[in-house]
Design a protein around this ligand. Structure first.
Ligand code: FMN
Length: 145
């Protein structure tokens, strides 16, 4: 079984583009050795991240990420065992998404941190399936991981 954590956090840095770049570089450097895969989204001023892999590894990585000063108020939306990875080919997939698009997919009116942190299990699972499908299409187009 694969352990999956999905959390939302509030961005607390000053330069989202620079920070995202360095987070993705670090993730793509460390995660393959840890056999961790996942997805990172940045919506309005919040991160939503999916981490999947061996349970202890994921818990340890989450604890490390939680200490990162570039975000705060981490809130776990989903934490469970799954039969297989949703993002098997991505050490950390990145999907640029507009607030309007995320709101549409999540069936919410506003994408502020407070709203994102109250998303229920079922809707989070539905959102992930949506993104997994989009990522797999992107993968087929040869977009870099
Ligand atoms: C939202 C967010 C997601 C992150 N995701 C990962 C990740 O998946 N893997 C990882 O190694 N670091 C991740 N980081 C970065 C770590 O907190 C840490 O800065 C990095 O692993 C340190 O890398 P270094 O030891 O090579 O400097 C993330 C940071 C933030 C703010």
């Amino acid at each position: 079984m694969i352990y999956q954590i999905v959390y939302v956090s509030e961005y607390s840095g000053r330069s989202p583009e620079e920070d995202l770049q360095s987070i993705l570089t670090a993730s793509r450097h460390h995660n393959p050795q840890l056999e961790v895969t996942g997805l990172l989204l940045f919506v309005r001023n919040s991160f939503i991240q999916v981490l999947e892999g061996e349970e202890t590894t994921i818990r340890e990585l989450y604890a490390k990420i939680a200490k990162d000063p570039r975000h705060t108020r981490l809130d776990i939306l989903l934490e469970h065992q799954i039969p297989q990875r949703l993002f098997p080919d991505w050490s950390m997939a990145w999907m640029p998404i507009s607030e309007a698009e995320f709101c549409r997919i999540a069936h919410i009116k506003c994408c502020d941190f407070e709203t994102l942190s109250t998303l229920g299990n079922n809707i989070v699972s539905e959102i992930l399936l949506n993104f997994a499908e989009l990522q797999n299409q992107a993968n087929g187009d040869g977009i870099a991981h």
